[in-house]
Unconditional design. Structure first.
Length: 307
């Protein structure tokens, strides 16, 4: 069986993205997995620290238990998303015990987010996590640049963000960062933004984001590793497709499946109905939005990687 590291590498070469679906509510896990299987796709199920603290996925262990009840490793794997060093409330996080726990629970890849730190410190904490995770054979995603959206305070206007390129990942820093940390995948900021999570704003429709493909291309050549696009929900579809031809191999999807779950649960009070809404939306993402239905064989075939 291919490791997740090999699979994401293959996705990069094949110019196909591996979607990673965030699960802020435990009942979302089953319909996501079912949709991936039914569409003969491959995906990651992932949970971020803020989703077990501020939403209802409870804990790393609860997510792992629910995931492994439905797991089919030829279709899905379990990833630990954003463990920030400085969190969305600007508090320092004791991150190492979280990674130790995740590795023990069978998470197959993890993300350390030192993006709110100065470069040298981001390098230092990322390297620390890489050492721990690699010893367990687990690849590490890191983040460089500022992907806005999780902060409680309102964003500067999206237009301003995009035209000034404020917070975009710097190419020379990316080169240095990957060399110094040995991280496996890099989350970059190229116009993508996270969905709002703050009360009062988390139900709003996400802004349609654009991507700076030229910057992405430079980042891909400088870093030489698979790149990750956070904030996949609400990105213009053409830009999304283009990004997979310029180095993006993993696309995180959160808002796009969270909001249907919350809306259906609010309207019907029924968890099965809310699960159905997640299933339907995931099918749409795999088929229409990402165009990867039926592409599992292409990513998972064990033939030589044309690198
Ligand atoms: Zn993210």
């Amino acid at each position: 069986m291919l490791s997740i590291s090999q699979i994401v590498r293959r996705a990069l070469v094949m110019q196909l993205a591996v979607p990673a679906f965030n699960v802020p509510y435990l009942p979302m896990i089953e319909p996501v997995i079912q949709a991936v299987i039914d569409q003969d796709s491959f995906a990651l199920v992932e949970v971020a620290r803020l989703e077990w603290r501020k939403f209802e996925s409870q804990s790393l262990a609860a997510v792992a238990t629910e995931f492994y009840r439905h797991n089919q490793p030829e279709y899905v794997r379990l990833h630990l998303d954003h463990v920030p060093v400085i969190d969305e409330d600007n508090l320092r996080v004791d991150f190492m015990p979280i990674f130790e726990e995740a590795l023990g629970l069978g998470y197959e890849s993890v993300m350390i987010d030192g993006s709110r730190l100065p470069l040298a410190e981001n390098i230092q904490v990322t390297r620390q996590v890489v050492e721990l995770a690699h010893e367990a054979g687990c690849p590490v995603e890191a983040e460089l640049g500022a992907i806005m959206g999780h902060e409680a305070a309102p964003l500067l206007s999206y237009e301003e963000l995009f035209t000034t390129g404020r917070g975009f990942t710097n190419v020379e820093e990316a080169r240095l960062f990957v060399q110094e940390t040995g991280c496996d995948w890099l989350s970059v900021a190229i116009g993508n933004i996270h969905g709002a999570i703050a009360a009062g704003r988390k139900d709003q429709k996400k802004i349609e984001a654009r991507l700076n493909i030229e910057r992405l291309d430079q980042l891909s050549r400088a870093s030489q590793i698979p790149l990750v696009l956070h904030g996949g929900s609400g990105i213009q579809q053409a830009a999304l497709m283009e990004s997979t031809r310029h180095g993006i191999a993993k696309i995180n999807v959160a808002t796009e499946i969270r909001q249907p779950y919350e809306t259906a649960l609010k309207d019907t009070g029924s968890i099965p109905q809310a699960q159905q809404a997640v299933y339907d939306r995931t099918i749409w993402i795999l088929q229409a939005f990402l165009g990867i239905a039926g592409k599992r064989e292409k990513i998972l075939s064990t033939g030589p990687v044309p690198l």
